[in-house]
Design a protein around this ligand. Sequence first.
Ligand SMILES: NC(=O)c1ccc[n+]([C@@H]2O[C@H](COP(=O)([O-])OP(=O)(O)OC[C@H]3O[C@@H](n4cnc5c(N)ncnc54)[C@H](OP(=O)(O)O)[C@@H]3O)[C@@H](O)[C@H]2O)c1
Length: 365
Amino acid sequence: MDHFSATDHAMMARAIRLAGRGAYTTRPNPMVGCVIAHGDEVVGEGWHVRAGEAHAEVHALQQAGERAKGATVYVSLEPCAHTGRTGPCADALVAAGVSRVVAAMRDPFPQVDGAGFDKLQAAGIAVESGLMVGDARGLNRGYLSRQERGRPWVRIKLATSLDGRTALENGESKWISGEASRHDVQHWRARAGAILTGAGTVLADDPSLTVRLGDDTPFLPPLRVVLDPGLATVTRGRVREGDAPTLYIHAPDAKRPRGMTAQAATAPVKGGLFDLEAVLKLLAEREINEVQIEAGATLAGAFMAAGLVDEILLYVAPVLLGENARPMFDGLGITTMAERHHLRIVETRYIGHDVRLLLQPMHTG
Ligand SMILES: NC(=O)c1ccc[n+]([C@@H]2O[C@H](COP(=O)([O-])OP(=O)(O)OC[C@H]3O[C@@H](n4cnc5c(N)ncnc54)[C@H](OP(=O)(O)O)[C@@H]3O)[C@@H](O)[C@H]2O)c1
């Protein structure tokens, strides 16, 4: 147990819930929520909606007005100390005369990283950090991964049969999962900065990889990324159509066709295959926090074998496809039980007639 009161916990839970409202819009910035209170009475609250616009603390301070004086501020991430696209929140909190700031965690962003807390403390404000840090880290797992590891959080989404198959031998896979699952995936896409697939899936399925939520919920269209060493698919496919941008990652020696309009970048190739760590680094440099892989067994297996997967989002349909169908992961090369991959089930849920499993490899914190 920590030393925080029940009111502190309730207020921070509220701030973290508010932060989550920015899941589809704040990137590349972190999601942040803020609640300003006197005891149990909330006098102001807000969340960061979009990069370049006001931070959560500013919204909450505006709502609180004069009542911010002497109040406790609950914020899901350390208030910023630098002038980026907006002014420093730590200064705004000092100017408003708040007396205590409770943060869920420190912001590892190099220009903040404790400097926000220092500013507040220097002004005589009581600062405490670490309340509900696990929830706060989970919320911003993509942003934190990019700041701390220099690569995005990697989620593989797969639809499988009950016998763990992802496509028939002839490549057909439409549709293994039900309509409710295919709709559910849209929400996971909307929170990702990029949806990544391989040349094999573009050729077999011609996916558009866009977000279709079916209502007017605002979202930022994720970048669509195709790993295509030889640029074999660049002139075809729905993945180039629509409003979302598309990035082709290809081998350094591949020739870009004349008149190619999509974005392109090169990544190093070893033995005919991309260096997937370099691919992820490239995406982090483009400020991608979370990448959702929607590829076939070749690429899914390559990411898994390289130990680069943080999360697996699995829709298991109650159908059997038999032993000739494609597996989930090619190339794991497991021959002894000692080599098996251990996963932790984080969540299970029925989605229509399917079961959705969220899993994390044991090495993921
Ligand atoms: N059930 C599902 O959730 C689901 C989802 C997506 C796809 N699918 C099915 O999966 C099948 C396609 O899977 P697939 O395995 O053929 O293709 P894939 O995994 O989508 O793409 C594989 C391609 O990616 C390229 N690649 C680039 N770097 C790589 C690396 N480091 N390691 C491995 N590959 C790399 C290779 O291109 P080069 O060949 O040019 O070297 C390779 O052919 C289709 O039948 C589709 O319907 C199922």
